[in-house]
Design a binder for this molecule. Structure first.
Ligand code: NAD
Length: 476
């Protein structure tokens, strides 16, 4: 059994204690992962601290060029990394392109693109004010050492979202991947750290205790966290004590609202993948579908056809569109929410029963005859289940979308873009998509409102969020 290693100060390091990473499709152990000690966490932060001034002092063009080399290294290893994502996270290998399921190859392609884009952006000095007496310039400075903590659903891509803008801006990074999906991430960092100076990008691994040791380290200057709202609140409390700024990308429970003029056939595929991309284990997936009385049966019928046509299985096998749920904790949560809906009289249109076997397989499940207030609607189920809620007037659907304390994404589906736009503007969410859902882009800021977090990633705004402004004010 291979034991994988962390990257610290340009060297590969193991730990005396290890834990297993498991394949969610088969239950087999894939390899062993170091459980970083608190001394190792401190060493990783110290390495990042020592490397930071030299990294920040390099000309920007040099950092850009090195990050372009990082993108090349990811590309050169794309199949190796994609296979790790499938084996460890569960999403099908799939591919890029209109007819292929966005799976692990898509995730690695995303890593490449989300590296190239921040590496290409410019952060010019802004002149905030100038007259005959003074000139005030806003320069962008790195924070210093960034602690990045990632979840298990898009393990490599989300790590890249945290790492690359931070590095581009002159910060150094210590990353902790999720304990459920560490190997692929440690391997990616091993590969890309080869083209970076030692200490610029480091990893530690382990569970919440290791994450806590990292964010509690008083030599951290900025925290990038993506994960659940509950963990985010804990990290925010630590950050508040140390007065460390944070970017918080937390949980969601996205509403999708179909308007009465939508064409069920035309929107079905977009709705389906908007809800079930990565088996619904996507932060900004449609998790509650609001459908008007006149379209209810037609929309349900279209989605059912798609749900029943999608082959589920081990994502390493060609043709598989739906993989397993990544871990047992999440699997049990999905089962409990569907059982609760059943016990309260909801109708299971398809799925709704675990398939058994060693893997965490749960079929695509559509649930009707359900209302706001049901646990399946109100709690983030983060799995391959979609509750479909009937509505009679659009105002009530908007009120339903806004009644929860989260606000990551949402979508409106209509044949009339202007009508959809009006509804979109009334929804409390960081992004409201029209006739699509979850279609993020590296140039477009992404982040949540309410308990879904604060700060944004991607684009110029995302790059600015890993910098702090310094004003140079000159008397003329
Ligand atoms: P999680 O909060 O359980 O874990 C996330 C990470 O935090 C893991 O690496 C974990 O080890 C670490 N952690 C746990 N306790 C910690 C502590 N006390 N201090 C420091 N680190 C700690 O989340 P998860 O189950 O891995 O991910 C699923 C959640 O992430 C869902 O709620 C999903 O909506 C959310 N998510 C949000 C976004 C977004 O962009 N808003 C993206 C992906 C996932």
């Amino acid at each position: 059994m291979k034991t994988f290693e962390n990257t610290v100060n340009g060297r590969l390091v193991g730990s005396a204690r290890t834990f297993a990473s498991k394949n969610p499709a088969t239950g087999e152990t894939l390899g062993l992962v170091p459980h970083s000690t608190s001394e190792q966490v401190a060493e990783a932060v110290a390495a990042a601290r020592a490397a930071q001034p030299g990294w920040a002092a390099r000309p920007d063009a040099e950092r850009k060029a090195l990050l372009m080399k990082v993108a090349e290294a990811i590309k050169a290893n794309n199949e190796y990394l994609a296979e790790w994502v499938t084996r460890e996270q569960g999403k099908p290998l799939g591919g890029v392109g209109p007819d292929q399921v966005p799976g692990a190859r898509f995730e690695i392609w995303g890593c490449e693109v989300w590296t190239q884009v921040p590496a290409s952006l410019e952060l010019p000095v802004e002149v905030a004010f100038e007259d005959d007496t003074r000139r005030d310039e806003v320069h962008r400075k790195p924070f210093g050492v960034v602690a990045a903590i990632a979840p298990w659903n898009w393990p490599l891509l989300i790590a890249i979202w945290q790492i690359i803008p931070s590095l581009r801006a002159g910060n150094t990074v210590v990353l902790k991947p999720s304990e459920y999906t560490s190997i692929g991430t440690l391997e990616m960092v091993r590969i890309i750290a080869e083209v970076l100076p030692p200490g610029v990008l480091n990893t530690v691994s382990g569970g919440g205790d290791v994450g806590a040791a990292l964010v509690e380290n008083t030599d951290i200057d900025k925290i990038m966290f993506t994960g659940s709202t509950a963990t985010g609140a804990r990290i925010a409390a630590t950050a508040a004590r140390n007065l460390v700024p944070t970017t918080m990308e937390l949980g969601g429970n996205d509403a999708a609202i179909v308007l009465p003029d939508a064409d069920p056939k035309a929107i079905a595929m977009g709705l389906f993948w908007g809800a079930f991309l990565n088996m619904g284990q996507t932060c900004a997936a449609a998790k509650r579908l609001y459908v008007p009385d006149n379209l209810h049966d037609a929309v349900v019928a279209e989605l059912k056809v798609l749900a029943e046509a999608m082959p589920m299985g081990n994502g390493m096998e060609p043709g598989v569109a739906i993989g397993p749920i990544q871990n047992r904790m999440q699997f049990d949560k999905v089962v409990s929410l569907v059982e609760d809906a059943k016990a309260h009289g909801a109708t299971i249109v398809c799925g709704g029963k675990e398939t058994g076997g060693a893997g965490n397989f749960y079929p695509i499940t559509l649930v009707t005859g359900i209302a706001d207030g049901s646990r399946l609607v109100d709690e983030e189920q983060f799995g391959p289940v979609l509750p479909i809620i009937r509505y009679s007037d659009v105002d009530s659907a908007i009120a339903s979308a806004n009644r929860l304390d989260v606000g990551l994404g949402a979508s409106v589906w209509s044949s009339d873009i202007e009508k959809a736009r009006t509804v979109a503007s009334r929804i409390q969410a960081g992004t409201v998509w029209i006739n699509q859902h979850g279609t993020i882009h590296p140039m477009v800021p992404f982040g949540g409102v309410k308990s879904s977090g604060w700060g944004v990633e991607f684009g110029i705004d995302g790059l600015k969020s890993v910098t702090q402004p310094q004003v140079i004010s000159v008397k003329k």
